[in-house]
Design a protein around this ligand. Structure first.
Ligand SMILES: Cc1cc2nc3c(=O)[nH]c(=O)nc-3n(C[C@H](O)[C@H](O)[C@H](O)COP(=O)(O)OP(=O)(O)OC[C@H]3O[C@@H](n4cnc5c(N)ncnc54)[C@H](O)[C@@H]3O)c2cc1C
Length: 464
C-alpha cells in the first residue's frame, strides 16, 4: 500500500509515524511518503538559533505534557523533555495599565485588582446560575457573561481566548473551542461545583482544559520534529508543494506536485495542512468541500522576539508572560518572557521577550512594516515594563494562516466538511484530514488527530 501524507508539521509527522508503527505491528507492507512545501519539517514549530546565543520560537512556546501520543512520539525520537521553569506558573494580565498576577488562590484572586467587588459578587453567584437550556451554539464571551458576569467575561475570558486562539471571544464557539467548559456545565451545572469535584477526586485541570506541565526540548520545540524526520523510516520530501489531489483510476489518488509535471499515485492519503491550503488542494476536484474548508477563518499573527541586555533584566517579572485585554493601550495581544520560561533562550544575563500581534482581534497588523512593528513593540514594552533600555536583538516571523478560529457554528461546519469528504471519496481509497483546523487547535491535539488517522490508514484500508 502506498500512503502519502501531505504536511510536515506535528500532525503530518504523527500520521506518518503512526502508519509506520501500525504496519510494523501488523506485519503489513506499506510505503509512506511525506510531502511538505517548506524547506524543512516543523510547520508552525520553528525554533531559530541566532548568532550571539539567542534561541527564539516562531510558533508554539511548548506543549502541555498531558497527551499520550506525544509521549509515544518523544520515545520514538529518543528525546528528553525539558519542563518549563517553575517561574512559568506565574501568569499576568494587564489591567488599568498595570501588570496584575492571575492567582489561582481565591483570596489572592479576589484582592488582585482585576475584578471589582461587585464583579466578584457576581462571580460568586455562578453556583446558582441554572445550566444552559437547548443545543444552540454559544460564544465563549456569552457563556462567561451568563455564568460569571460581564466583567469576568471581559477581563478574564476574552484575554484567555486571545492567549490560546489569538481569537475574539464574542465569535468563538464555546463547545468547539473549550469543550471541557461546556461539558463541566452540563455535568455539574456549575463551573465552581465542577472545580470542587475535580479537586476532590484528585483530578487535574480546570474549566479551560486539562492541565499539564509546559514542555519543550533542548534546542526548542522544533527539535522534536527535526529528530522525528531524521529518524523517519519513510521518505520525506521538502520543497514539495501539492497543488491538487485528484481522483485517479482504480480508486487511487493522483497527487499533483508541479502543475501536472509530476504526479504521485497513492492508495491512501492523509492531508495535514492548514484549512485554507486544503481548500486550494480540493478546489479543482471537490469545490463544495473546498468552499466549506474556506469558511474556517485563519487570521495572521506576527511574532516579534526582542532580546534585552542585562541592565534590562529587573524590569521584567519572573513569570510566563502577560495577556493584554483590548481595552488596554498596548496593541500587542501579549508578551511572553521566553528566557524566564525555558533555559538557554538568551545569552547569560540577557532577557528574551516575545511580542504577539494580530489574530482575529487585530488583523490589520499585517499592514505594518517590520520597522513599524519593531518600533511599536519596543515602545509598548518600554511603557508597560518601565524599561527604557533598547533591545540588542530582534527576530520576526509573520504567519499568514496562523491559528484557526473555531467560530460559532464550527461543529456544524466540521460535520458538513466530513459529509462533503465522504461524497468526494466514495469509490476511492481513504483520504483523511488532520491538522489543527478542525479537531483541536493545540500542538498536542494536532498530534493526537494525526496519530489517529495515520493508524486508521493501515487498520482500515480501502475497500475499493
Ligand atoms: C504563534 C503561534 C503560537 C502557538 N503557540 C502554541 C503553544 O504555545 N502551545 C500549543 O499547544 N500550540 C500553540 N500553537 C498552535 C500549534 O502551533 C499548532 O497546534 C501546531 O503546530 C499545528 O501543527 P499542524 O501540523 O497541524 O500544522 P502546521 O504546523 O501548520 O503544519 C502544516 C504544514 O503543511 C505544509 N503545507 C501547507 N500547504 C501545503 C501544500 N500545498 N503542500 C505541501 N505542504 C503544505 C506547511 O508547509 C506546514 O509544514 C501556536 C501557533 C502559533 C501560530
Amino acid at each position: 500500500m502506498q500512503l502519502v501524507v501531505v504536511g510536515g508539521g506535528i500532525s503530518g509527522l504523527a500520521a506518518a509515524w503512526a502508519a509506520h508503527e501500525e504496519a510494523r505491528k501488523r506485519e503489513t507492507s506499506i510505503e509512506i511518503t511525506l510531502l511538505d512545501a517548506a524547506d524543512q519539517v516543523g510547520g508552525k514549530a520553528v525554533s531559530n538559533r541566532s548568532e550571539g546565543g539567542w534561541l527564539t520560537e516562531s510558533g508554539p512556546t511548548g506543549f502541555l505534557d498531558n497527551e499520550p501520543v506525544l509521549d509515544e512520539l518523544i520515545a520514538l525520537a529518543g528525546l528528553t523533555k525539558v519542563p518549563a521553569n517553575e517561574a512559568a506558573a506565574h501568569r499576568f494580565l494587564v489591567f488599568g495599565g498595570k501588570l496584575r498576577e492571575i492567582h489561582a488562590h481565591p483570596l489572592k484572586f479576589a484582592t488582585g485588582g482585576i475584578i471589582s467587588p461587585l464583579g466578584l459578587m457576581r462571580m460568586a453567584r455562578e453556583i446558582f446560575v441554572p445550566g444552559k437550556q437547548g443545543k444552540a451554539d454559544e460564544s465563549v464571551w456569552e457563556f462567561g457573561r451568563r455564568r460569571l458576569g460581564a466583567q469576568a467575561a471581559d477581563r478574564m475570558l476574552a484575554p484567555m481566548v486571545q492567549g490560546v486562539f489569538a481569537g475574539d471571544s464574542k465569535k468563538l464557539s464555546l463547545p468547539a473551542a473549550f469543550p471541557r467548559m461546556a461539558e463541566m456545565e452540563q455535568q455539574y451545572g456549575s463551573l465552581f461545583k465542577a472545580l470542587i469535584a475535580v479537586k476532590r477526586t484528585g483530578g487535574k485541570g480546570g474549566p479551560s482544559g486539562p492541565s499539564g506541565t509546559l514542555t519543550s526540548f533542548e534546542g526548542g520545540l522544533q527539535t522534536l520534529l527535526l529528530t522525528l524526520a531524521a529518524k523517519a523510516p519513510f521518505k520525506i520530501r521538502n520543497r514539495a508543494r501539492v497543488n491538487s489531489i485528484l481522483c485517479a483510476d482504480h480508486g487511487q489518488w493522483a497527487i499533483d506536485l508541479g502543475d501536472g509535471q509530476e504526479m504521485l499515485k497513492a492508495d491512501s492519503v492523509v492531508l495535514a495542512t492548514e484549512g485554507p491550503c486544503m481548500a486550494r488542494i480540493f478546489e479543482a476536484d471537490a469545490p463544495t468541500l473546498a468552499t466549506e474548508l474556506d469558511t474556517i477563518d485563519h487570521p495572521g499573527v506576527s511574532v516579534l522576539s526582542l532580546g534585552y541586555p542585562p541592565e534590562a533584566a529587573t524590569h521584567f517579572p519572573n513569570g510566563f508572560g502577560c495577556l493584554i485585554p483590548r481595552t488596554e493601550k498596548p496593541r500587542a495581544l501579549g508578551f511572553l518572557w521566553d528566557s524566564r520560561i525555558f533555559p538557554d533562550r538568551a545569552p547569560e544575563g540577557h532577557t528574551l521577550v516575545r511580542a504577539l500581534y494580530g489574530g482575529a482581534v487585530d488583523p490589520s497588523v499585517a499592514d505594518l512594516s517590520s520597522e513599524e512593528l519593531k518600533e511599536r513593540a519596543t515602545r509598548e514594552i518600554c511603557e508597560l515594563f518601565h524599561c527604557p533600555v533598547a533591545p540588542v536583538f530582534t527576530h520576526e516571523t509573520r504567519w499568514q494562516n496562523a491559528i484557526p478560529q473555531y467560530n460559532l457554528g464550527h461543529l456544524g461546519r466540521v460535520a458538513r466538511i466530513e459529509a462533503a469528504l465522504k461524497i468526494h471519496t466514495e469509490g476511492q481509497g481513504p483520504l483523511q484530514l488532520a491538522g489543527n483546523s478542525m479537531y483541536g487547535v493545540a500542538f498536542g491535539k494536532a498530534a493526537a488527530r494525526g496519530w489517529k488517522v495515520g493508524q486508521q490508514a493501515v487498520s482500515q484500508p480501502a475497500m475499493v
